[in-house]
Design a protein around this ligand. Sequence first.
Ligand SMILES: NC(=O)c1ccc[n+]([C@@H]2O[C@H](COP(=O)([O-])OP(=O)(O)OC[C@H]3O[C@@H](n4cnc5c(N)ncnc54)[C@H](O)[C@@H]3O)[C@@H](O)[C@H]2O)c1
Length: 253
Amino acid sequence: MAATARLISRLTLVTGGGSGIGRAVCQRLASEGASVVVADISEESANETMKSLINNLRGQQHTAAVVDVSSKQSVKQLVTSIQTRYFQPPSVCVTAAGITQDDFLLNMDEEKFDRVIQVNLKGSFLVTQAVAQALVACGAPKGSIITVGSILGKVGNIGQVNYTASKGGVESLTRTAAKELSRFGIRCNCVLPGFISTPMTDQVPEKVINKVLPLVPLGRMGEAAEVADVCAFLASDDSGYITGASIEVTASN
Ligand SMILES: NC(=O)c1ccc[n+]([C@@H]2O[C@H](COP(=O)([O-])OP(=O)(O)OC[C@H]3O[C@@H](n4cnc5c(N)ncnc54)[C@H](O)[C@@H]3O)[C@@H](O)[C@H]2O)c1
């Protein structure tokens, strides 16, 4: 639970808000006073998250929205509908939508490779671009865009050539966005989670988990809320002099 209310009156957008890390981010931002647009490809999950949010802090109005982050048209529609409803673009955006479709390099088919790149990498690009364009167009004084990469984008992982490539891309996209957007007061940072307990990692076989855990000095998987803590810091003015950074949330060295 948040110790502060750093995000009162801030409009925030979280993609992938229907599950796991995205849901925890929505809950954390709301607990700090933000109004949250919970956006997900699954309407049902987005609605479930929205119902779980604290909504009694000053001026809070949450919305659930459907978006496919891999579609430019869908992302544009989302940002337009937010501006119609709230008369402003979101000044905080967390791009947590992501998928895996694992296979070994020797077997990976083109469709699986393309789909993971489209959702994870192109989706992060489309959302970052649309939010930044809206902020610049309305002359907003500041913004904070937080992308969700992965520690695996740095170190690679057997069976995930598509996923690791997409996440490496997300990290470098964020660094370039930070350089281009700082003159508009928009900060861009990337969080790199390690092994976090969510529906995504529920699919990982137990024997793999048992191999990975001994490599984590804290000896346990991370919680989605622990990634959300870092996102809330990056969203808030407490990180006002941080842009272009990648923050590992991994409990490893
Ligand atoms: N769980 C981990 O260990 C871990 C580690 C590093 C990075 N990540 C990243 O964190 C992010 C969240 O992962 P999670 O573990 O919470 O997974 P999750 O599967 O629990 O949640 C992902 C959410 O994204 C949504 N989504 C999928 N495709 C979408 C699309 N095209 N448009 C909009 N929404 C879409 C899903 O419906 C789901 O609600 C992902 O980008 C993932 O790669 C997770």
